[in-house]
Structure formats: structure tokens, C-alpha cells
Design a protein around this ligand. Structure first.
Ligand SMILES: [Fe+2]
Length: 318
């Protein structure tokens, strides 16, 4: 029997997300809470997260892959590997970067540009109220109906944010720094699945989402599944895009340095599966690409992008 019902797969296919009640047993919730207390590795700085221990992630992996297989059989998502696992503690009344509508940014830049095959598996393991402090999402089918242009621009993509202004919604594209205004209110599309401890919220990488509210303290585990064959390209990781892209990559510089090191070792365009295995062993020591090395490569990429654009501009003008 499939780990997901036909109805759940159909809902995921239409909306890009689905809630799966009672995914974890009480024992599994306790196991993850103990692991949270014991875990200390932080492979990703910025959001206040810490890594699930490799042993615990390994224990969970077979069930997570079962979910991926069920979705692959009934939707276009083809995720087949665990690309990250972190604990996410959200504190009451503390504003955070995830309060704004967004697609995830770093997965888009670090794991290759493939958010159709990228799954976020979000599971609260300490959450006092199922109706509060979950995640709010904008369903893909409702976005397509309300704003076909915004849907076309954003579907399958990543690293975009939404801003509500003057009755409409503006899409901010971090990869280009461009803004696109649309005549729809994203809050009118907002859906907040009820999530109790142990319930799974499964959503695709291109689905816009935000934190529901900050009314409770909440601890969640977040497993990220991706397609191992996705190529990871140096150019995409290093390109300037927008100031936000530069700031985020400098804030999380260690992760970017590890990935560049993996590409130095295995070649540009290496499959994500290979990059992720390399990183898992490399985390035990500092990255071999220095901060100055990353900064130098970013600035060189920015300069060549600028020159390229100038070149194109003069060619069009002549
Ligand atoms: Fe997010």
C-alpha cells in the first residue's frame, strides 16, 4: 500500500502541497526531540537552524524516500535523495525572514535550478496548537487561476519573493533583481493546513509560503528531498543576480565554499547526488575554498556579467 493516498497525491499535483496527518509516531517524535537536544552541527548559518544528526537522518530516510516514490508515480516531481535535514526552532513573537512570502532561495542557488523535483518536508515536533504557528502557502492551481502571468513567471522557479503593494502583488526575482507587478492579492490565495505534532506538510520548491504567525514557540524538523541527477552549476551559484543574492551567499558563505570545493573536485555541472555526498564528509573540517576565494569568484562573475550586459547593450544600439 502506498504511503500516500490517491487523494493526497491528487491534492499535491494540483496545489504543489499536501498535509499528511499522523506521519510520525509518538516514538519517532520523541526520538527527534532527543536528537535535537544532542545535535550540534550547523552546516547552514543564517536562519538559526541546526542539522539533524547523520545517524537520525539515516533512520528517517527510507520513509522519506517512500513518499518521494509515491509522488513520482502520481505527479511530475522526481525527488530521489535527501539533500538536507535541519531542526527549525521558531520563537514566539520574534519576527523572522520566513514571515514574508517566498520560494526558498538557497536551495535554488546551491542545489541546481530544479524546484519541480525539490520537496520540502516540514514536520512540527513541538507545537502547542495545531491551528497556530504553522505554514501558510499559495496553491499553484489557485495562483494560475488568479494570476496566469505570475504563475507563468514563477512556476518551476526559485529565489523569488512576493510583496503586497497598492492592491496588487509584486514578484521580486532575486536572480535578476527585477520586479514584476501583478493585479492579484496573494493573501486571498493563502491556505494554512492544520498541523499537529508529527503531521507532515509536503510542498514543492516553487510554492510560495510564509510562516503563519508567531503566536507559539514551535520546533520543526525540515527534510529536503531533491533529484540526485540535477547538475550543480558554478555560474548559477556565483552570478551576481541581485544585492540580496550577494548578501545571502555571503551570510551563508561556508555552505557556498563547500559546494565550490566539491565542484573543483568533481567538475562543474556535477550531479547534486555527488556534490551532497562530498559535502557530508567535508563538513567535519573547514571548507578548502577560503572566504576571500569565494568573494573573489563572486566579484569576478559580477564583473564579467556586467561587461557581458554592456557588450549586448552596445550591439543592440549599433
Ligand atoms: Fe521557506
Amino acid at each position: 500500500m502506498s504511503i500516500l493516498s490517491e487523494d493526497q497525491i491528487a491534492e499535491y499535483r494540483a496545489k504543489g502541497f499536501v498535509a499528511v496527518p499522523g506521519f510520525l509516531s509518538r516514538e519517532e517524535i520523541e526520538r527527534l526531540r532527543r536528537d535535537f537536544d544532542e545535535a550540534s552541527r550547523v552546516s547552514f548559518r543564517f536562519y538559526g537552524v541546526k542539522d539533524v544528526t547523520p545517524a537520525c537522518a539515516q533512520e528517517m530516510k527510507p520513509r522519506l524516500l517512500d513518499v518521494c516514490r509515491a509522488l513520482a508515480a502520481g505527479s511530475e516531481t522526481r525527488a530521489d535523495m535527501l539533500s538536507g535535514a535541519v531542526y527549525w526552532a521558531s520563537r514566539k513573537a520574534e519576527a523572522g525572514v520566513t514571515d514574508a512570502w517566498h520560494q526558498d532561495h538557497d536551495s535554488w542557488w546551491l542545489w541546481g535550478e530544479n524546484h519541480v523535483d525539490y520537496l520540502h518536508m516540514f514536520i512540527p515536533i513541538a507545537k502547542p496548537d495545531p491551528e497556530k504557528t504553522g505554514l501558510t502557502l499559495a496553491a499553484l492551481d489557485r495562483l494560475e487561476a488568479a494570476a496566469p502571468g505570475a504563475h507563468r513567471l514563477t512556476v518551476g522557479q526559485g529565489a523569488m519573493s512576493l510583496k503586497r503593494e497598492s492592491g496588487g502583488t509584486t514578484v521580486l526575482v532575486r536572480d535578476t533583481g527585477k520586479k514584476h507587478a501583478f493585479d492579484f492579492d496573494v493573501e486571498a490565495l493563502a491556505e494554512t493546513p492544520r498541523l499537529a505534532e508529527g503531521d507532515l506538510l509536503l510542498f514543492r520548491g516553487d510554492v510560495f509560503h510564509r510562516t503563519q504567525d508567531r503566536q507559539c514557540d514551535r520546533l520543526a524538523v525540515s527534510f529536503r528531498m531533491a533529484r540526485g541527477g540535477t547538475p550543480v552549476r558554478r555560474e548559477h551559484l556565483l552570478s551576481w543576480g541581485s544585492l540580496e543574492k550577494f548578501v545571502l551567499s555571503m551570510t551563508n558563505h561556508e555552505k557556498y565554499r563547500y559546494v565550490l570545493e566539491a565542484l573543483d573536485r568533481h567538475g562543474d555541472g556535477s550531479p547534486l547526488g555527488e556534490v551532497a555526498s562530498y559535502l557530508e564528509a567535508a563538513y567535519e573540517r573547514p571548507p578548502r575554498v577560503s572566504f576571500a576565494g569565494l568573494l573573489g569568484q563572486k566579484l569576478r562573475a559580477a564583473a564579467s556579467g556586467l561587461l557581458g550586459r554592456r557588450g549586448m547593450g552596445s550591439a543592440r544600439a549599433s
